[in-house]
Design a binder for this molecule. Structure first.
Ligand SMILES: Nc1ncnc2c1ncn2[C@@H]1O[C@H](COP(=O)(O)OP(=O)(O)O)[C@@H](O)[C@H]1O
Ligand SMILES: [Mg+2]
Length: 328
């Protein structure tokens, strides 16, 4: 079944997301003071846009994603999907995490079926699962159990499960963070194929600046500003050019240096024209690969994921100029 058929038959239109004045303070426990993690987040996400969030470990990226999907509620401000407030777990939004979280006793195919909306007709459900298995390139592995497939294949199944109900918004929390470097690159291409076939709005957290530059329309840098408690948006950077992008594009290399500078990594590409950022010096800066143990240690053993369903010819760089916006 072709991608076009999947898209035409089942994809729900991509939905816009509005994040307005969002903050989150966690109540202190055992006598500890309350802790403000997020403050003053304003972000309007267009339907079908791919947004990458980056920022130091612990700055509140996952908290913000949880709020968009309704797994957590802001203590200040509000979030809406397509102008309807998010007030609890929101079925218009699907989530996938770094760990595939598959049910070990179920086949890959039946794990994907877990994501179908309740009450789906069994024939329609079976057809939808087949479409998705096809889309993520798991036709040959659909009868296997999760322990019998590679990490990359398990993550493909996790993405297919998230897509099963045709979400208007897809929220991905470091989805490729546990994969080896090569599988990760393949998964990035797969995600773009998925987005072309089922163009949901995507909000993605990553520690990988290159991943953000390759995938995103805009990159949102979260972190502390002026030492105030709680992270907010430090920068929003619009990534130039159309996807698929050339990973070696010189413009992207300049933006990479700029973003690393924003994360407090000052020594990279010191000679590039973009290396000097007005936003350097975050007191909580960390390397994009060094913030979390889970992200800094790619696992290559047993994860040779050579079943990418499509190969991609990377387009020539179009040389479009970059624009950056600083909300401060
Ligand atoms: N339910 C919770 N209760 C208390 N503190 C929390 C809770 N969830 C997250 N936090 C704290 O909020 C901060 C941000 O966490 P998180 O959003 O996971 O950061 P990131 O994803 O950027 O690494 C962390 O210090 C974390 O301990
Ligand atoms: Mg996180």
């Amino acid at each position: 079944m072709s991608i076009t058929t999947v898209s035409e038959r089942t994809a729900v239109p991509a939905l816009p997301v509005s994040v307005r004045g969002v903050g989150r303070t966690f109540a202190g426990s055992n006598g500890q003071a309350a802790r403000r993690v997020l403050r003053g987040i304003d972000l309007e996400i267009e339907p079908g846009e791919i947004i990458a969030m980056i920022g130091p470990s612990g700055c509140g990226k996952s908290t913000l994603l949880r709020q968009i999907s309704g797994l957590d509620a802001p203590t200040e401000g509000s979030i809406a999907i397509a102008d309807t407030a998010v007030t609890g777990i929101d079925l218009r939004c699907a989530v996938a995490f770094q760990e595939p979280r598959l049910l070990p006793w179920r086949s890959i195919e039946r794990n994907v079926a877990v994501g179908l909306p309740r009450g789906t007709d069994s024939a329609a459900g079976a057809e939808r699962v087949t479409e998705l298995i096809d889309l993520v390139g798991l036709e040959g592995s659909k009868q296997l159990r999760p322990r019998q497939v590679s990490g990359g294949m398990a993550q493909r199944a996790s993405l297919a499960r998230a897509l099963a109900r045709g979400p208007g918004v897809l929220v991905l929390d470091e989805p490729f963070g546990a994969l080896d470097a090569l599988t990760r690159l393949r998964m990035q291409d797969l995600l773009l194929d998925i987005h072309a076939a089922e163009p949901a709005t995507i909000v993605l957290v990553t520690h990988d600046v290159d991943e953000a530059l390759y995938l995103a329309d805009r990159i949102v840098l979260l972190g502390q500003v002026d030492g105030a408690e709680g992270s907010t948006i430090r920068r929003i950077l619009t990534v130039p050019g159309t996807r698929p992008r050339d990973r070696g594009d010189a413009t992207l290399a300049g933006l990479r240096a700029d973003l690393l500078e924003g994360l407090g990594v000052h020594s990279y590409h010191a000679s590039t024209p973009h290396a000097s950022s007005p936003h350097s010096g975050s007191p909580h800066a960390s390397s994009p690969h060094g913030g979390d143990a889970a992200n800094g240690d790619p696992t290559s053993s047993g994860d040779s994921d050579s079943t990418s369903p499509r190969t991609r010819t990377v387009a020539a760089p179009d040389g479009a100029a970059s624009t950056t916006k600083d909300p401060r």
